[in-house]
Design a protein around this ligand. Sequence first.
Ligand code: MN
Length: 129
Amino acid sequence: MNERILMIEDNEQNRYLATFLLEAAGFRMAHAATGPAGIARARAERFDLILLDIQLPGMNGYEVAAALRALPGLDGVPIVAVTSYAMVGDREKALAAGCTGYIEKPIDPATFAAEVRRHLPRSPTGGPP
Ligand code: MN
């Protein structure tokens, strides 16, 4: 319960909306507005899941995913790409870069928190299949 999520996203409105929805669902949120800032946080702190925008200024999300995957201790942490890229192949590109899943923008307030939860590893004590 109360899993910590790091959101790497340069758009303030998206950060605000995602934070509102995920905090209401019981998650604890942390933010970074750039790839390098997100990598620094992921290196210094523990998170249960990372939400990663792909369209970031400077270092893009694919590069950030690869850098995160190279960090020791992050092997089991889901990295979920959140992107408006809807073209065929972008999902594959995100997965190839080290992301474990994909959520499409625009964020759907009705389903976003449940979609994020779906990407969390199941607790060892079980729960619904
Ligand atoms: Mn962006």
